[in-house]
Design a protein around this ligand. Structure first.
Ligand SMILES: [Zn+2]
Ligand SMILES: [Zn+2]
Length: 144
């Protein structure tokens, strides 16, 4: 496949991933809304071992609504959110879809935390959605 490549707005952080994402979703939790400045977080999770990062992201730690810790990586020069290092999936790194050189490479499998979606959010009608975090059963289905 063609590598997935992306960068922050000022290009100080760049990445390249050589394999397909393990899973992709759109998260409507309050923390993702705040981090995005918008309605949701479109994110694809890729194996850390297949990801090459140039530049250094600054990370801050938050406790997700699920109770798991999430480290959010952004560019300290331009402020662009780029990475999500989540306790839930320690071998994977989340890439914000908007940071992709070609954001059309992103396609969500499910939408999560729709219980906190704004009245002005857009849901994709043909996608399965979960009101809260996926249960471990739902998570293994997503990963299969
Ligand atoms: Zn930047
Ligand atoms: Zn979220």
């Amino acid at each position: 496949m063609e590598s997935l490549t992306g960068a922050c707005s000022c290009q100080a952080i760049q990445y390249e991933c050589t394999v397909e994402p393990t899973f992709s979703w759109k998260c409507h939790c309050r923390d993702c809304q705040r981090a995005s400045g918008s309605m949701l977080c479109p994110v694809m999770y890729v194996p850390k071992q297949a990801l090459k990062i140039t530049g250094k992201a600054k990370y801050y730690k938050v406790k997700a609504d699920s109770g798991n810790a999430v480290n959010r990586g952004f560019c300290s020069d331009c402020g662009c959110p780029v990475f999500i290092d989540a306790e839930l999936v320690p071998d994977l790194m989340g890439l914000w879809a908007a940071s992709l050189d070609n954001p059309n490479r992103f396609s969500a499998q499910v939408e999560v935390w729709t219980s906190s979606a704004h009245s002005w959010s857009c849901l994709e009608s043909d996608l399965e959605n979960f009101r809260y975090a996926p249960t471990s059963e739902q998570m293994s289905k997503i990963l299969s």
